[in-house]
Design a protein around this ligand. Structure first.
Ligand SMILES: Cc1cc2nc3c(=O)[nH]c(=O)nc-3n(C[C@H](O)[C@H](O)[C@H](O)COP(=O)(O)OP(=O)(O)OC[C@H]3O[C@@H](n4cnc5c(N)ncnc54)[C@H](O)[C@@H]3O)c2cc1C
Length: 381
Protein backbone atom coordinates (compact mmCIF):
# COMPACT_ATOMS: atom_id res chain seq x y z
CA UNK A 1 0.00 0.00 0.00
CA UNK A 2 1.27 3.49 -0.72
CA UNK A 3 -0.23 4.90 2.45
CA UNK A 4 -3.60 5.93 1.04
CA UNK A 5 -5.14 4.62 4.23
CA UNK A 6 -8.34 6.57 3.93
CA UNK A 7 -8.61 6.75 0.18
CA UNK A 8 -8.83 2.97 0.06
CA UNK A 9 -12.13 3.28 1.92
CA UNK A 10 -13.46 6.27 0.02
CA UNK A 11 -15.95 6.33 -2.85
CA UNK A 12 -16.65 2.67 -3.65
CA UNK A 13 -17.81 1.62 -0.20
CA UNK A 14 -19.71 4.76 0.72
CA UNK A 15 -22.73 3.77 2.85
CA UNK A 16 -26.24 3.86 1.38
CA UNK A 17 -28.09 7.12 2.02
CA UNK A 18 -30.46 5.66 4.65
CA UNK A 19 -27.58 3.95 6.46
CA UNK A 20 -25.65 7.20 6.45
CA UNK A 21 -28.61 9.13 7.89
CA UNK A 22 -28.89 6.50 10.66
CA UNK A 23 -25.16 6.79 11.30
CA UNK A 24 -25.40 10.60 11.61
CA UNK A 25 -28.33 10.30 14.02
CA UNK A 26 -26.33 7.82 16.14
CA UNK A 27 -23.34 10.20 16.28
CA UNK A 28 -25.56 13.18 17.16
CA UNK A 29 -27.25 11.24 19.97
CA UNK A 30 -23.91 10.06 21.34
CA UNK A 31 -22.50 13.61 21.41
CA UNK A 32 -25.68 14.93 23.03
CA UNK A 33 -25.50 12.26 25.77
CA UNK A 34 -21.77 12.12 26.43
CA UNK A 35 -20.50 15.68 26.10
CA UNK A 36 -20.94 17.19 29.53
CA UNK A 37 -20.93 20.97 30.04
CA UNK A 38 -17.37 20.65 31.43
CA UNK A 39 -16.12 18.76 28.36
CA UNK A 40 -17.75 21.29 26.02
CA UNK A 41 -16.20 24.15 28.01
CA UNK A 42 -12.77 22.50 27.72
CA UNK A 43 -13.22 22.23 23.94
CA UNK A 44 -14.38 25.87 23.66
CA UNK A 45 -11.50 27.18 25.78
CA UNK A 46 -8.78 25.43 23.77
CA UNK A 47 -6.50 28.04 22.20
CA UNK A 48 -3.67 25.65 21.24
CA UNK A 49 -3.55 22.38 19.33
CA UNK A 50 -4.88 20.15 22.10
CA UNK A 51 -7.38 20.53 24.97
CA UNK A 52 -6.47 20.24 28.66
CA UNK A 53 -5.06 16.76 29.50
CA UNK A 54 -7.86 15.79 31.96
CA UNK A 55 -10.60 16.65 29.44
CA UNK A 56 -8.74 14.74 26.71
CA UNK A 57 -8.42 11.67 28.98
CA UNK A 58 -12.12 11.70 29.87
CA UNK A 59 -13.24 12.17 26.26
CA UNK A 60 -10.87 9.43 25.09
CA UNK A 61 -12.36 7.03 27.66
CA UNK A 62 -15.88 7.75 26.42
CA UNK A 63 -14.89 7.32 22.78
CA UNK A 64 -12.96 4.10 23.52
CA UNK A 65 -15.93 2.63 25.41
CA UNK A 66 -18.04 3.23 22.26
CA UNK A 67 -15.29 1.89 19.93
CA UNK A 68 -14.93 5.31 18.25
CA UNK A 69 -11.54 6.51 19.44
CA UNK A 70 -9.77 5.50 16.21
CA UNK A 71 -12.28 6.38 13.48
CA UNK A 72 -10.12 5.37 10.51
CA UNK A 73 -8.63 2.11 11.88
CA UNK A 74 -10.08 -1.17 10.69
CA UNK A 75 -12.38 -2.90 13.18
CA UNK A 76 -10.04 -5.89 13.58
CA UNK A 77 -7.44 -3.54 15.08
CA UNK A 78 -9.90 -1.92 17.48
CA UNK A 79 -10.93 1.00 15.24
CA UNK A 80 -14.38 2.15 14.14
CA UNK A 81 -13.69 1.04 10.53
CA UNK A 82 -15.55 4.04 9.13
CA UNK A 83 -15.51 5.33 5.58
CA UNK A 84 -14.03 8.76 4.86
CA UNK A 85 -17.56 10.21 4.66
CA UNK A 86 -18.45 8.83 8.11
CA UNK A 87 -15.18 9.99 9.64
CA UNK A 88 -15.63 13.52 8.28
CA UNK A 89 -19.18 13.69 9.59
CA UNK A 90 -18.07 12.51 13.02
CA UNK A 91 -15.12 14.89 13.29
CA UNK A 92 -17.11 17.89 12.07
CA UNK A 93 -19.94 17.02 14.48
CA UNK A 94 -17.44 16.81 17.35
CA UNK A 95 -16.10 20.25 16.43
CA UNK A 96 -19.61 21.68 16.12
CA UNK A 97 -20.46 20.37 19.60
CA UNK A 98 -17.24 21.80 21.14
CA UNK A 99 -15.83 18.36 22.01
CA UNK A 100 -12.30 18.43 23.48
CA UNK A 101 -9.55 18.47 20.82
CA UNK A 102 -7.52 15.26 21.12
CA UNK A 103 -4.85 15.76 18.40
CA UNK A 104 -3.46 12.27 18.86
CA UNK A 105 -0.47 11.28 16.78
CA UNK A 106 -0.86 7.64 17.85
CA UNK A 107 -4.34 7.39 16.36
CA UNK A 108 -3.78 9.60 13.32
CA UNK A 109 -0.32 8.70 12.06
CA UNK A 110 1.89 6.11 13.72
CA UNK A 111 -0.97 3.70 14.59
CA UNK A 112 -2.09 3.46 10.95
CA UNK A 113 1.55 3.06 9.84
CA UNK A 114 2.01 0.17 12.31
CA UNK A 115 -1.19 -1.38 10.92
CA UNK A 116 0.12 -1.04 7.34
CA UNK A 117 3.80 -1.79 7.80
CA UNK A 118 4.48 -2.99 11.35
CA UNK A 119 5.20 -6.58 12.39
CA UNK A 120 2.48 -8.62 14.15
CA UNK A 121 4.50 -8.24 17.38
CA UNK A 122 4.53 -4.44 17.00
CA UNK A 123 0.80 -4.41 16.25
CA UNK A 124 0.09 -6.48 19.38
CA UNK A 125 2.31 -4.32 21.56
CA UNK A 126 1.53 -0.81 20.38
CA UNK A 127 -2.02 -0.67 19.00
CA UNK A 128 -3.96 -1.61 22.18
CA UNK A 129 -1.79 0.79 24.20
CA UNK A 130 -2.63 3.65 21.82
CA UNK A 131 -6.33 2.83 22.08
CA UNK A 132 -6.43 2.72 25.88
CA UNK A 133 -4.30 5.84 26.31
CA UNK A 134 -1.21 4.17 27.86
CA UNK A 135 0.99 5.30 24.94
CA UNK A 136 1.16 8.88 23.64
CA UNK A 137 3.39 9.43 20.62
CA UNK A 138 5.38 12.35 19.28
CA UNK A 139 7.09 12.85 15.92
CA UNK A 140 10.89 13.27 15.91
CA UNK A 141 11.77 14.40 12.41
CA UNK A 142 12.99 18.05 12.53
CA UNK A 143 16.49 18.89 13.77
CA UNK A 144 18.34 22.19 14.20
CA UNK A 145 19.83 21.79 10.70
CA UNK A 146 16.96 19.89 9.09
CA UNK A 147 13.47 21.37 8.77
CA UNK A 148 12.14 22.11 5.30
CA UNK A 149 15.02 20.03 3.99
CA UNK A 150 14.37 17.04 6.24
CA UNK A 151 16.81 14.86 4.33
CA UNK A 152 19.68 16.88 5.89
CA UNK A 153 18.99 15.22 9.26
CA UNK A 154 21.95 13.91 11.23
CA UNK A 155 20.78 12.17 14.45
CA UNK A 156 23.31 9.33 14.62
CA UNK A 157 22.14 5.69 15.01
CA UNK A 158 25.22 3.46 15.52
CA UNK A 159 24.66 -0.30 15.48
CA UNK A 160 25.81 -2.19 18.58
CA UNK A 161 24.68 -5.83 18.52
CA UNK A 162 20.87 -5.92 18.62
CA UNK A 163 20.63 -2.22 19.46
CA UNK A 164 21.18 1.21 17.97
CA UNK A 165 22.90 3.93 20.02
CA UNK A 166 21.36 7.33 19.33
CA UNK A 167 23.37 10.55 19.60
CA UNK A 168 22.22 14.03 18.57
CA UNK A 169 19.03 16.05 18.91
CA UNK A 170 15.57 16.79 17.58
CA UNK A 171 13.76 20.11 17.80
CA UNK A 172 10.21 21.51 17.69
CA UNK A 173 8.93 18.10 18.78
CA UNK A 174 5.26 18.69 19.62
CA UNK A 175 4.08 17.14 22.90
CA UNK A 176 7.41 15.36 23.61
CA UNK A 177 6.88 16.59 27.18
CA UNK A 178 3.79 14.35 27.50
CA UNK A 179 4.75 11.53 25.16
CA UNK A 180 5.70 8.01 26.22
CA UNK A 181 7.10 7.17 22.74
CA UNK A 182 8.65 8.90 19.77
CA UNK A 183 8.85 7.75 16.16
CA UNK A 184 11.95 9.21 14.58
CA UNK A 185 14.29 9.21 11.64
CA UNK A 186 17.99 8.70 12.28
CA UNK A 187 21.10 8.24 10.12
CA UNK A 188 22.37 4.66 10.46
CA UNK A 189 24.93 4.71 7.61
CA UNK A 190 27.63 7.20 8.64
CA UNK A 191 28.75 8.24 5.15
CA UNK A 192 25.25 8.44 3.69
CA UNK A 193 23.61 11.66 2.54
CA UNK A 194 20.07 12.82 1.92
CA UNK A 195 17.32 10.22 1.85
CA UNK A 196 19.66 7.20 1.87
CA UNK A 197 21.04 5.46 4.93
CA UNK A 198 18.19 6.32 7.35
CA UNK A 199 16.27 4.18 9.82
CA UNK A 200 12.72 4.78 11.14
CA UNK A 201 12.70 3.87 14.84
CA UNK A 202 10.06 3.52 17.55
CA UNK A 203 11.68 4.75 20.76
CA UNK A 204 10.50 4.76 24.38
CA UNK A 205 10.86 8.24 25.88
CA UNK A 206 12.00 6.95 29.29
CA UNK A 207 15.21 5.39 27.94
CA UNK A 208 18.31 6.60 29.80
CA UNK A 209 20.03 9.47 27.96
CA UNK A 210 16.89 11.19 26.61
CA UNK A 211 16.43 14.76 27.81
CA UNK A 212 13.36 16.86 26.93
CA UNK A 213 13.49 20.66 27.20
CA UNK A 214 10.17 22.47 26.57
CA UNK A 215 10.24 25.58 24.36
CA UNK A 216 8.00 28.40 25.58
CA UNK A 217 6.15 30.15 22.73
CA UNK A 218 4.84 33.73 22.57
CA UNK A 219 1.38 32.55 23.63
CA UNK A 220 2.88 31.15 26.86
CA UNK A 221 2.23 27.51 25.81
CA UNK A 222 4.95 24.84 25.89
CA UNK A 223 3.68 22.49 23.18
CA UNK A 224 7.01 21.98 21.42
CA UNK A 225 10.34 20.77 22.76
CA UNK A 226 13.99 20.18 22.15
CA UNK A 227 14.90 16.51 22.66
CA UNK A 228 18.50 15.46 23.28
CA UNK A 229 19.83 11.91 22.79
CA UNK A 230 22.99 11.26 24.76
CA UNK A 231 24.05 7.72 23.80
CA UNK A 232 20.50 6.32 24.01
CA UNK A 233 20.36 2.53 23.59
CA UNK A 234 17.24 1.29 21.74
CA UNK A 235 16.45 -2.07 20.11
CA UNK A 236 17.08 -2.25 16.33
CA UNK A 237 14.00 -4.48 16.04
CA UNK A 238 11.78 -1.53 17.10
CA UNK A 239 11.76 -0.06 13.61
CA UNK A 240 9.42 0.23 10.65
CA UNK A 241 10.86 -1.01 7.36
CA UNK A 242 14.40 -1.99 6.54
CA UNK A 243 17.58 -0.55 8.03
CA UNK A 244 18.80 2.12 5.58
CA UNK A 245 15.31 2.60 4.07
CA UNK A 246 13.75 4.79 6.74
CA UNK A 247 12.80 7.50 4.22
CA UNK A 248 10.28 5.15 2.59
CA UNK A 249 8.56 4.58 5.96
CA UNK A 250 8.49 8.35 6.62
CA UNK A 251 6.92 8.94 3.19
CA UNK A 252 4.29 6.32 3.92
CA UNK A 253 3.54 8.02 7.24
CA UNK A 254 3.20 11.43 5.55
CA UNK A 255 0.74 9.97 3.05
CA UNK A 256 -1.33 8.57 5.92
CA UNK A 257 -1.25 11.93 7.70
CA UNK A 258 -2.43 13.67 4.51
CA UNK A 259 -5.43 11.38 4.15
CA UNK A 260 -6.31 11.45 7.82
CA UNK A 261 -6.85 15.16 8.42
CA UNK A 262 -10.08 17.00 9.02
CA UNK A 263 -9.81 20.73 9.02
CA UNK A 264 -13.21 22.28 8.32
CA UNK A 265 -14.34 21.58 11.88
CA UNK A 266 -11.29 23.34 13.33
CA UNK A 267 -11.93 26.41 11.16
CA UNK A 268 -15.60 26.52 12.17
CA UNK A 269 -14.61 26.29 15.85
CA UNK A 270 -12.24 29.25 15.40
CA UNK A 271 -14.89 31.25 13.58
CA UNK A 272 -17.52 30.56 16.26
CA UNK A 273 -15.01 31.77 18.85
CA UNK A 274 -14.40 34.90 16.75
CA UNK A 275 -18.14 35.73 16.62
CA UNK A 276 -18.43 35.02 20.35
CA UNK A 277 -15.49 37.20 21.33
CA UNK A 278 -16.54 40.04 19.00
CA UNK A 279 -20.13 40.04 20.31
CA UNK A 280 -18.94 39.97 23.93
CA UNK A 281 -16.45 42.83 23.43
CA UNK A 282 -18.81 45.54 22.22
CA UNK A 283 -21.74 46.12 19.90
CA UNK A 284 -20.36 45.06 16.51
CA UNK A 285 -20.28 47.60 13.68
CA UNK A 286 -21.33 46.79 10.13
CA UNK A 287 -17.72 46.44 8.97
CA UNK A 288 -16.94 43.77 11.58
CA UNK A 289 -20.11 41.85 10.81
CA UNK A 290 -19.26 41.95 7.08
CA UNK A 291 -15.72 40.68 7.68
CA UNK A 292 -16.88 37.79 9.84
CA UNK A 293 -19.67 36.94 7.40
CA UNK A 294 -17.10 36.89 4.60
CA UNK A 295 -15.03 34.44 6.65
CA UNK A 296 -18.13 32.24 7.03
CA UNK A 297 -18.27 32.10 3.24
CA UNK A 298 -14.57 31.29 2.97
CA UNK A 299 -14.91 28.39 5.43
CA UNK A 300 -17.83 27.06 3.29
CA UNK A 301 -15.52 27.28 0.27
CA UNK A 302 -12.84 25.41 2.19
CA UNK A 303 -15.31 22.66 3.13
CA UNK A 304 -16.08 22.18 -0.57
CA UNK A 305 -12.34 21.99 -1.31
CA UNK A 306 -11.86 19.42 1.46
CA UNK A 307 -14.70 17.32 0.01
CA UNK A 308 -13.04 17.42 -3.43
CA UNK A 309 -9.74 16.42 -1.86
CA UNK A 310 -11.33 13.43 -0.10
CA UNK A 311 -13.02 12.39 -3.34
CA UNK A 312 -9.64 12.57 -5.16
CA UNK A 313 -10.97 15.34 -7.46
CA UNK A 314 -8.35 18.06 -7.07
CA UNK A 315 -6.80 17.60 -10.50
CA UNK A 316 -3.28 17.17 -9.11
CA UNK A 317 -1.61 14.30 -7.23
CA UNK A 318 -2.36 13.56 -3.56
CA UNK A 319 0.75 15.36 -2.24
CA UNK A 320 0.23 18.71 -4.07
CA UNK A 321 -3.51 18.49 -3.35
CA UNK A 322 -2.69 18.18 0.36
CA UNK A 323 -0.36 21.18 0.00
CA UNK A 324 -3.21 23.25 -1.47
CA UNK A 325 -5.45 22.28 1.43
CA UNK A 326 -2.82 22.95 4.10
CA UNK A 327 -1.98 26.35 2.63
CA UNK A 328 -5.59 27.45 2.41
CA UNK A 329 -6.48 26.13 5.89
CA UNK A 330 -3.52 27.58 7.79
CA UNK A 331 -3.81 31.01 6.16
CA UNK A 332 -7.57 31.13 6.69
CA UNK A 333 -7.15 30.09 10.33
CA UNK A 334 -4.71 32.95 10.85
CA UNK A 335 -7.07 35.44 9.20
CA UNK A 336 -9.96 34.32 11.43
CA UNK A 337 -7.92 34.87 14.59
CA UNK A 338 -6.66 38.25 13.29
CA UNK A 339 -10.23 39.46 12.71
CA UNK A 340 -11.24 38.14 16.15
CA UNK A 341 -8.40 40.02 17.81
CA UNK A 342 -9.23 43.27 15.99
CA UNK A 343 -12.83 42.94 17.17
CA UNK A 344 -11.91 41.98 20.77
CA UNK A 345 -8.41 43.31 21.43
CA UNK A 346 -8.69 42.97 25.22
CA UNK A 347 -9.97 39.38 25.23
CA UNK A 348 -7.33 37.07 26.72
CA UNK A 349 -8.72 34.17 24.69
CA UNK A 350 -8.62 36.12 21.40
CA UNK A 351 -5.01 37.10 22.17
CA UNK A 352 -3.95 33.50 22.94
CA UNK A 353 -5.75 32.13 19.88
CA UNK A 354 -4.18 34.79 17.64
CA UNK A 355 -0.68 34.00 18.94
CA UNK A 356 -1.34 30.26 18.87
CA UNK A 357 -2.12 30.24 15.15
CA UNK A 358 1.02 32.15 14.09
CA UNK A 359 2.96 28.87 13.82
CA UNK A 360 0.32 27.23 11.60
CA UNK A 361 2.09 28.41 8.44
CA UNK A 362 5.35 26.82 9.67
CA UNK A 363 4.53 23.37 11.07
CA UNK A 364 3.59 20.51 8.73
CA UNK A 365 5.62 22.32 6.07
CA UNK A 366 5.95 26.09 5.65
CA UNK A 367 3.72 28.03 3.24
CA UNK A 368 6.72 28.74 0.98
CA UNK A 369 7.52 25.04 0.69
CA UNK A 370 3.89 24.12 -0.05
CA UNK A 371 3.74 26.84 -2.72
CA UNK A 372 6.87 25.33 -4.28
CA UNK A 373 5.24 21.87 -4.33
CA UNK A 374 2.10 23.27 -5.95
CA UNK A 375 4.06 25.30 -8.49
CA UNK A 376 6.04 22.21 -9.43
CA UNK A 377 2.83 20.14 -9.77
CA UNK A 378 1.29 22.57 -12.24
CA UNK A 379 4.46 22.70 -14.35
CA UNK A 380 6.09 25.95 -13.26
CA UNK A 381 9.86 25.96 -13.88
C1 LIG B 1 4.56 24.78 16.46
C2 LIG B 1 5.46 23.84 15.73
C3 LIG B 1 5.29 22.46 15.91
C4 LIG B 1 6.15 21.57 15.26
N1 LIG B 1 6.02 20.22 15.53
C5 LIG B 1 6.92 19.35 14.99
C6 LIG B 1 6.91 17.98 15.37
O1 LIG B 1 6.09 17.53 16.19
N2 LIG B 1 7.85 17.15 14.85
C7 LIG B 1 8.78 17.60 13.95
O2 LIG B 1 9.57 16.79 13.48
N3 LIG B 1 8.81 18.91 13.56
C8 LIG B 1 7.92 19.80 14.08
N4 LIG B 1 7.96 21.13 13.73
C9 LIG B 1 9.01 21.60 12.84
C10 LIG B 1 8.52 22.04 11.47
O3 LIG B 1 8.24 20.91 10.68
C11 LIG B 1 9.64 22.91 10.87
O4 LIG B 1 9.70 24.09 11.65
C12 LIG B 1 9.36 23.28 9.44
O5 LIG B 1 9.48 22.15 8.62
C13 LIG B 1 10.34 24.38 8.92
O6 LIG B 1 11.64 24.04 9.20
P1 LIG B 1 12.65 25.07 9.92
O7 LIG B 1 11.96 25.58 11.14
O8 LIG B 1 13.95 24.38 10.09
O9 LIG B 1 12.80 26.30 8.91
P2 LIG B 1 13.70 26.34 7.59
O10 LIG B 1 13.50 25.09 6.81
O11 LIG B 1 15.09 26.69 7.99
O12 LIG B 1 13.05 27.54 6.82
C14 LIG B 1 13.31 28.91 7.16
C15 LIG B 1 12.58 29.78 6.16
O13 LIG B 1 13.05 29.51 4.83
C16 LIG B 1 11.98 29.16 3.98
N5 LIG B 1 12.40 28.11 3.05
C17 LIG B 1 13.07 26.96 3.35
N6 LIG B 1 13.28 26.24 2.22
C18 LIG B 1 12.71 26.93 1.21
C19 LIG B 1 12.58 26.71 -0.19
N7 LIG B 1 13.07 25.61 -0.77
N8 LIG B 1 11.93 27.64 -0.94
C20 LIG B 1 11.41 28.78 -0.36
N9 LIG B 1 11.53 29.05 0.96
C21 LIG B 1 12.14 28.14 1.73
C22 LIG B 1 10.91 28.61 4.90
O14 LIG B 1 9.61 28.73 4.30
C23 LIG B 1 11.07 29.51 6.12
O15 LIG B 1 10.38 30.72 5.93
C24 LIG B 1 7.11 22.04 14.35
C25 LIG B 1 7.26 23.43 14.14
C26 LIG B 1 6.45 24.32 14.83
C27 LIG B 1 6.64 25.79 14.61
Amino acid sequence: MDGSFQFALAASDAPAEADFAAFCAEVDAFLEDELTDELRAAGRETAGLKSAPEACAEWRRKLSARGWYAPSWPVEYGGAGWTTEQRLYFENACAAADAPILMNSGVRTIGPLIIEAGTPAQQARYLPAILDGRHEWCQGFSEPQAGSDLSALGLKAERDGDDFILTGSKVWTSFANYATHMFLLARCEPDSKGRDGLVFLLVEMDRPGIEVRPIKFIDGECETNEVFFNGVRTPAADRIGEVGKGWAAAKQLMAIARGNNTTTGALRRALRAAWREAQAAAPMDAGQIARLADLDRRVDEFEALEARFNAGQMGVGAAPAASALKLRASELHQTITEVALEAAPYSAFAQRKYLGTRAATIYSGTSEVHRNILAHAIGCP
